[in-house]
Design a protein around this ligand. Structure first.
Ligand code: BMP
Length: 211
């Protein structure tokens, strides 16, 4: 059983709020990122959170520690409950994200292996394992790992223990909730819900399949 997280990658405020209102009852969280925030402004985070759904800020934060702190502080002040960061800038950068998240009572997730075909290339050869170890050392709350490669999710679970795993790649990228729901804490679905003719019905169906 896993939670269901909607990746709300629409670019207009009105469309985002329409989809969020239609689907909120079936979701455990909504993930927002650059597509929506660059189109609608960061204030959209608070508007979505006001619907009663926790908001995860997928900014894949990847800078020096001071800049990471400045970014994450803005994210949490805007009403987000969690932030997603990259590990490659180093352990000190990651620790800055974790410290900001925890100072605001929020969570920090670390991208450890990406779901697209190129992710298999770049994160192989021990890179994802190393990033997962960094997530543990930095005290992060969880990692992002690919539903498109369940065996890799299982391998990273060995490293992170009981920390959370949120897993994108379900729906438009070809994976199914059943592929990973026993391995992860949350399944991330974007286009297959917000692009459906009936987003509410699609969200309900994915929620039932995650349970
Ligand atoms: P979709 O279900 O429409 O493919 O959306 C997946 C979402 O998860 C997108 O917001 C994408 O940026 C994000 N994502 C991903 O697909 N793979 C990763 O490895 C990491 C991500 O954050």
């Amino acid at each position: 059983m896993s939670a269901l997280i909607l990746a709300l990658d629409t670019t207009s405020r009105e469309e985002a709020l329409r989809i969020a209102s239609l689907t909120a009852d079936h979701l455990d969280a909504i993930k927002i990122g650059y597509p929506l925030v660059l189109g609608a402004g960061l204030s959209i985070a608070g508007e979505i959170a006001a619907l009663g759904v926790p908001v995860i800020a997928d900014f894949k934060v990847a800078d020096i520690p001071n800049t990471n702190t400045l970014i994450c502080d803005q994210v949490f002040a805007a009403g987000c409950s969690a932030v997603i960061c990259h590990a490659f800038p180093g352990g000190d950068s990651l620790e800055a994200c974790v410290a900001s998240a925890h100072a605001h009572g929020g969570e920090c997730f670390v991208v450890c292996e990406m779901s697209h075909p190129g992710g298999a290339e770049w994160f192989s050869g021990g890179v994802a394992e190393r990033f997962s170890g960094m997530a543990v050392t930095a005290g992060a709350d969880g990692i992002i790992a690919p539903a498109t490669r369940p065996a890799r999710v299982a391998a990273l679970r060995e490293i992170i223990g009981t920390k959370k795993i949120y897993s994108p790649g379900v729906g438009a990228q070809g994976a199914a909730p059943e592929d990973v729901k026993a391995l992860v804490d949350g399944v991330i679905v974007g286009r297959a819900i917000y692009g459906a003719a009936d987003p509410s019905a699609a969200a309900r169906e994915y929620r039932d399949r995650c349970r």
